[in-house]
Design a protein around this ligand. Structure first.
Ligand SMILES: Nc1ncnc2c1ncn2[C@@H]1O[C@H](COP(=O)(O)OP(=O)(O)O)[C@@H](O)[C@H]1O
Ligand SMILES: [Mg+2]
Length: 373
């Protein structure tokens, strides 16, 4: 006999959410699941419908259709609706506001006051525990105006987590902070969220932030989730050229498919399965996966199975970026520009001829769509 296993329902599940404003569809059939203890990032360009999705989950906006479940229980569809304050959802937004007339301890405790259970001592203990965890214990008596942006952000996190929400919704919570501080606060926030075991849905338009924070990324575009998976998979197996170029600069090499589903390019031949004869494709490759070789009397390196054929280009610009150098080439064969990044310092002179190869295991062949540039 097979053992009977009761599957654990996702902490948060949304199914087929749809929302239009003034007849314009903004969220168009979004479904996703977030497990307890997991961080899912809803990642996409500005205006694609991320905040609208979050607002419906929080219960401050209402979907036209679709359902929301917490621990497998329906909390909202178009008929039935648990009010926002009873959803056990913590919120954190960029323009979070601490109460200016309350000190840090009072601000965090405010998050607990809606709870019926727990006496004074218990509440105080929770406040102290959270402030310790976000590294703000020594500011317990301070008022918001005495704190930096990053410190205020930590208090806001403690306040949101105080009532032990089952779900945390965070909408671009770090975008008001400057770069270096942001990395530190992101890491600290992540550690605290993991300890609290909430399901976290974090909205961001920054791929770096999503890669850094997420267990899973849901990539959103024009009101739809176009791809979902672990950051490694989303980055290394993009579904289309738009998904790929959302994460970094890319180089596109155009080609036409002939005969045996293959494309001839100056970098050698590539397979293009599924693209009909005469169809246009892009070979897409990120700048860090281009190899650069010196010119030897007008010749480049010999072709290899892993790197294909080398093509020659002339340096038009080389810049040092801090941890890597970015070199731009104008290619001999068609005058197109290819960008390559190289670790550390590599600054060849303008006009120098060099040979480029592209790592075959790192390039993607996508059919060219009518809407592609
Ligand atoms: N209350 C509203 N009324 C009308 N249009 C709205 C409203 N809220 C959002 N929108 C529109 O919906 C689209 C998606 O907005 P939003 O969900 O805020 O995007 P994102 O958070 O991904 O930047 C935008 O074009 C925005 O102008
Ligand atoms: Mg938004």
């Amino acid at each position: 006999m097979r053992p009977r296993v009761t599957p654990i329902p996702p902490r948060l599940e949304i199914r087929n959410l749809i929302r239009s404003y003034d007849g314009r569809a903004v969220v168009r059939d979004v479904s996703l699941q977030v497990m307890a203890g997991q961080v899912t990032c809803l990642l996409g360009p500005s205006g694609c419908g991320k905040s609208t999705t979050l607002r419906m989950i929080a219960g401050v906006d209402m979907q036209d259709s679709g359902e929301i479940y917490v621990n497998g229980k329906l909390i909202c569809d178009t008929v039935f609706r648990v009010p926002p304050e009873r959803r056990s959802i913590g919120l954190m937004f960029q323009d979070f506001a601490l109460f200016p007339h309350m000190n840090v301890a009072q601000n965090v405790e405010f998050g607990l006051n809606s709870q019926k259970s727990g006496g004074r001592d218990e509440k105080r203990a929770r406040v102290e525990e959270l402030l310790e965890r976000v590294g703000m214990s020594r500011f317990i008596e301070a008022f918001p105006h005495q704190l930096s942006g990053g410190e205020q952000q930590r208090v806001a996190l403690a306040r949101a987590l105080a009532p032990r929400p089952k779900i945390m919704l965070m909408d671009e919570p770090f975008s008001g902070l400057d770069n270096r501080l942001r990395d530190e606060i992101r890491d600290q926030t992540l550690a605290v969220l993991k300890e609290e075991d909430a399901a976290v849905l974090l909205v961001t338009h920054e791929p770096d932030e999503a890669m850094r924070m997420a267990d899973e990324i849901a990539l959103m575009r024009d009101g739809k989730i176009v791809q979902q998976g672990a950051p490694y998979n989303i980055y290394n197996a993009p579904k289309d050229i738009k998904s790929m170029s959302f994460f970094s600069d890319i180089n596109k090499i155009e080609g036409v498919v002939h005969g045996a589903l293959s494309v001839d390019t100056p970098f050698g031949q590539f397979l293009a399965p599924g693209v009909p004869d005469g169809g246009m494709v892009y070979i897409a490759i990120r700048p860090q996966h281009i190899k650069i070789d010196f010119d030897r009397d007008g010749h480049g390196p010999e072709p290899t199975p892993s790197d294909g054929v080398a093509a020659r280009g002339v340096v038009i610009r080389a810049r040092f970026m801090g941890s890597e150098s970015l070199v731009e080439f104008r290619m001999d064969h068609d005058g197109s520009v290819i960008k390559a990044t190289v670790p550390n310092v590599f600054l060849p002179k303008e006009g120098k001829a060099l040979w480029l190869t592209i790592r075959r295991d790192r390039c993607f062949v996508f059919p060219k769509m009518p809407e592609d540039p």
